[in-house]
Design a protein around this ligand. Structure first.
Ligand code: UT7
Length: 325
């Protein structure tokens, strides 16, 4: 079995900034409620660029930063809950745009845990020798599936994409991985696809692709599962929380992180957060945060970090990584 390391990252978000005051103009809310209850101050909302465009821009930066050519990429995985098309996959569109014609391409659906799941899948391809260099992307344009009349959800989400290049290595990079799901909680965060309407269907169903969420249930689940996932990867790796420089969590609400930090008995500043500027970009949050940390020079070779995610499905997972760049 080979080892797997991350050799470069990239991210991209649309330039259109939507503040809480902007949102207050069309739903009954206000800046102080949103900041106090969620920690979000603004988010990026796409005007013209669909998910594959954001994914492609993040991918090009990740390739540049990892000094890889498109031809060297043999696997592209895009984690998204908001693809441009059912067919083709977003990964195939990215492949065409960047010219990575040696790659196997697939999308995965694991909501906000998508980037964690995608790293897990790419790692298995690399560990077994099937793949040598993989491009993993989390990309979302959630603004097209959000109910802009529902103040309980429209304040939370934003658009963006992040990418990482994973490569076969002889040294340890991705040290331990844990992923899981509980489909019994699927109804807490939903966005229907196309309903079953065909020539033979007797009752026609309205086509309604918008997000609905039971915020309180997701909140409770998130606080519990963040600790469980972190404990699991620590246990598997033999490291303790003291060894970890940063935890890079899926970001949905700063109060979730505060509560999780309390459970873990650590300071909140051990979590890297940029939710105030991006909102919840679902499958892209961890990828964008990771790239931002790299750009800021916060990570040095040998640092141990944990990526941890949770979300619709319900899905969850974590990765303990020794930084290799
Ligand atoms: O990526 C994973 C998916 N999402 C999440 O992880 C989200 C997890 N959940 C949350 O972040 C929180 O549950 C929310 C931010 C969605 C809601 O916060 P909350 O503290 O759980 O509020 P709530 O739903 O219990 O509502 C409290 C009150 C209600 O009013 P009443 O019934 O007490 O009069 C809501 O109608 O706040 C009201 N409210 C708002 N008020 C102003 C709900 N949304 C808003 C709003 N502005 N945007």
């Amino acid at each position: 079995m080979y080892e797997v390391k991350i050799i470069g990252t990239g991210s991209y978000a649309p330039s259109n900034i939507v503040t809480n005051d902007d949102i207050s103009k069309f739903v009954d809310t206000n800046n102080s409620w949103i900041v106090e209850r969620t920690g979000i101050k603004e988010r990026r909302i796409s005007k013209e660029e669909n998910t594959s465009v954001l994914a492609t821009k993040a991918a090009k930066l990740a390739l540049k930063n990892s000094k890889m050519t498109p031809e060297e990429i043999d696997l592209i995985i895009v984690a998204t809950g908001s693809p441009d098309y059912f067919i083709p996959s977003t990964a195939c569109i990215v492949q065409k745009e960047i010219g990575a014609f040696n790659a196997t391409c697939l999308d995965i659906s694991a909501a906000c845990t998508g980037f964690i799941y995608a790293i897990n899948i790419a790692s298995q391809f690399i560990k077994t020798g099937q793949s040598k260099t993989a491009l993993v992307i989390g990309a979302e344009v959630l603004s097209k599936i959000i109910n802009w009349e529902d103040r309980g959800t429209c304040i939370l989400f934003g658009d963006g994409a992040g990418a990482a290049v994973l490569q076969r290595s002889s040294e340890k990079g991705i040290i331990s991985i844990y992923t899981g799901a509980d489909g019994r909680g699927g109804e807490f965060l939903e966005c229907p696809a196309v309903p079953l309407n065909n020539l033979f269907t007797e009752t026609k169903i309205e086509n309604k692709n918008i997000v609905t969420m039971n915020g309180r249930e997701i909140f409770k689940f998130a606080v519990k599962i963040i600790k469980e996932c972190i404990d699991k990867v620590l246990e598997d790796s033999g490291y303790s929380l003291q060894d970890i420089k940063y935890i890079v969590p899926h970001q949905a609400n700063t109060r979730i992180i505060e509560a999780a930090a309390k459970r873990l008995k650590i300071d909140e500043d051990r979590f890297y957060l940029n939710l105030d500027r991006y909102g919840n970009t679902s499958g892209a949050t961890i990828a964008i945060a990771l790239d931002e940390m790299v750009q800021k020079g916060l990570l040095n070779k040998g640092d141990k970090i944990i990526l941890v995610g949770f979300g619709g499905g319900l899905t969850f997972g974590a990765e303990l990584i020794e930084w290799s760049i």
